[in-house]
Design a protein. Structure first.
Length: 165
């Protein structure tokens, strides 16, 4: 059953990405700041459903000091390579939170050092495709002895496909 969900997520992602690219805009990330013009956080905030966030020309580390990056729209986020660009939290929260019923593709990023009870690196409530990413050093902190999904927590009904990562 789990492999059917992963296959379904891949098929849905491919269909959505092809359909969305016909009307999508590209928003370029130009720096590693946590906020403000040219930042990944601002690009996500400014994006519309179906847009692509292009961080392929940015090298370094995005240090999130303002909390997690909420993704509450259908997006594609492309980095230059997991060895070139990392998105890291200062251990105050997770790195990404994918909203319910959102289709999100993240590629070629390192997702590091997040911490949350559920999903230190990524909390996924939608349909998520991770391609050529590194997810390291994330933790799920225990509350009453329970912590779930240090790297990725996939909520009930959510789907995730992990490719070449």
């Amino acid at each position: 059953m789990k492999s059917c969900r992963i296959l379904l997520a891949g098929c849905l992602s491919a269909w959505w990405l092809a359909a969305a690219s016909a009307h999508a805009n590209s928003i370029t990330v130009t720096n590693t700041n946590d906020g403000g013009r040219g930042s990944l956080r601002q690009a996500i905030a400014d994006a519309n459903d179906g847009d692509t966030i292009d961080a392929r020309s940015v090298v370094g580390s995005v240090q999130l000091s303002s909390g997690e990056l909420p993704v509450n729209k259908n997006l594609i986020i492309n980095g230059p390579g997991a060895d070139k660009l990392s998105v890291e939290n200062t251990r105050s929260s997770r790195v990404f939170e994918i909203g319910a019923d959102k289709v999100v593709a993240i590629s070629r990023l390192a997702i590091n050092s997040g911490e949350a009870v559920w999903g230190g690196g990524i909390y996924n409530a939608g349909i998520l495709e991770i391609t050529r990413c590194s997810i390291r050093g994330n933790e799920s902190s225990a509350v009453r002895g329970r912590g779930l999904g240090g790297g990725i927590y996939n909520a009930s009904g959510a789907e995730v496909a992990i490719i070449d990562s």
